[in-house]
Write a protein that binds this ligand. Structure first.
Ligand code: S3P
Length: 451
């Protein structure tokens, strides 16, 4: 789909059972971090299973612009020859992170304590997202940020020449904010700390340790304090990227709502900071079986078998939001098929994702015959149960890959099918989604194929 300038409408139709093995691609969060830490290291970093999606490819190009040499082999494995902590070159041009909030926020963190001036931009979605949550703490290190109103991109960040260590309490539970501070702390003398009230994904901490940095995590009354010892010398290492649980969420949820389905997903990440969707689905009555629990490259993984299940609505507490933050749109699709009401609480952060995901999800559900109640930070979905999902609507994807895939999954269980206005955005995180789903038996068609 990439390289096509015209929007590409896609339609998913009621499908027979989904069956087979869904080998989902590498984890997006780990892929960004492996490239950035590889670039900040001395020596050679091998990355196996890197996700080759648009978001990650933008981060790869950015690391090359900062001076790292990156070689790709025919299987997509990378070797990164890093420049070392504090040795980023000043890029000759603007750094364009495309659609990726993770990419831009982590890169800004890594560059904020190096004496270089860098201008960042992105696509219309990324240019509308708040950056102050990251530039705020980076200013405390001594960096200067000049952006558009509300701290939006394009934004120039001038890194601190003599950074000072920072202790920062994050007002939002965000792994991106935490990671930006930890990465900035690498080239700062002394110890920098982040307090997070609710734990968020810990891939940065895990990978930093693999690269030889000193990182400590301590529990306090106010939450978790993560500290990094500065002036660290990172040494290149081998990174094996686990399969992305946020991408696995789509075939998992599609199988749960498509009658007769039985799908296996090998080697998917079981990182406990990412398991909120599975916890919720089990509460709803989902038939999920994990086996072969093991560790790959410092991350727990397992093989998953998922079968069609009759689900009931549940109440999802606010504390669970950080561990299933990207899975709410597809959970809402599952909730639409479940029997009874599902309440998603404490999800205000979804309003500042690739689009306002509460609004996009609510409007998409309504367009397909499902009633919802929406507040500033919650969404109630009135599941259709045995009455079934009518479908027949068109969903606006708003440059948001997860909205696109969530509604294509829902269409498989709908009476009249569901269309999305543009499938090109899927390449942001899950290139190969359409062929993978078709391989399982999903009926996904482009509108030209039907013309
Ligand atoms: C990510 C953190 C989350 C998540 C995003 C990836 C990361 O964002 O939504 O897709 O890799 O750190 P926040 O940290 O802003 O919640």
């Amino acid at each position: 789909m990439a390289g096509n300038d015209e929007p590409q409408e896609l339609i998913s139709f009621r499908s027979g059972p989904l069956r087979g093995t869904a080998s989902v691609p590498g984890d997006k969060s780990v892929s960004h971090r492996a490239l950035i830490l590889g670039a900040l290291s001395v020596g050679r970093t091998g990355i196996q299973g890197l996700l080759e999606s648009q978001d990650v490819l933008n981060t790869e190009r950015a690391m090359q612009a900062f001076g790292a040499r990156i070689v790709r082999d025919e299987d997509g494995h990378r070797v990164v020859h890093g420049v070392g902590t504090g040795a980023f070159a000043e890029p000759a041009d603007v750094i364009d992170c495309g659609n990726s909030g993770t990419g831009v926020r982590l890169i800004m963190g890594a560059a904020a304590t190096q004496p270089i001036a860098v201008t960042y931009t992105g696509d219309p979605s990324l240019r509308s997202r708040p950056m102050e949550r990251v530039t705020g703490p980076l200013r405390l290190f001594g960096a200067r940020a000049y952006g558009r109103s509300g701290g939006r991109l394009p934004l120039t960040l001038i890194g601190a020449r003599n950074p000072v260590p920072v202790s920062f309490e994050s007002p939002v539970p965000s792994a991106q904010v935490k990671s930006a501070v930890l990465l900035a702390g690498l080239n700062t003398p002394g110890i920098s700390r982040v307090l997070e009230p609710v734990p968020t994904r810990d891939h940065t901490e895990r990978l930093l340790r693999s690269f030889g940095a000193e990182v400590a995590t301590a529990n306090t009354n106010g939450g978790q304090v993560i500290s990094v010892t500065g002036h660290a010398e990172l040494t290149g290492c081998e990174v094996v990227v686990p399969r992305d649980p946020s991408s696995a969420a789509f075939p998992v949820c599609a199988a749960l709502v498509t009658e007769g389905s039985d799908v296996r997903i090998p080697g998917v990440s079981r990182n406990p900071t990412r398991n909120g969707l599975y916890v919720t689905l089990l509460e709803m009555g989902a038939c999920l079986e994990f086996s072969g629990e093991r560790e790959t490259g410092g991350e727990p993984v397992a093989d998953l078998r998922v079968r069609f299940s009759e689900l009931k609505g549940v109440d999802v507490p606010a504390e669970r939001a950080p561990s299933m933050i990207d899975e709410y749109p597809v959970l809402a699709a599952v909730a639409a098929c479940a029997d009874g009401r599902t309440t998603l609480r404490g999800i205000g952060e979804l309003r500042v994702k690739e689009c306002d995901r509460i609004d996009a999800t609510a409007r998409g559900l309504e367009a397909n015959g499902i009633s919802v109640d929406e507040t500033g930070d919650s969404l109630v979905i009135h599941g259709r149960g045995t009455a079934g999902v009518p479908g027949g609507g068109i969903v606006g994807t708003r440059l948001d890959h997860r909205i696109a895939m969530a509604f294509l999954c829902l269409g498989l269980a709908s009476r009249d099918g569901i269309a999305i206005d543009d499938g090109r955005v899927i390449d942001t995180s899950f290139p190969g989604f359409v062929p993978l789903m078709r391989g399982l038996g999903a009926r996904l068609e482009t509108s030209d194929a039907r013309a």
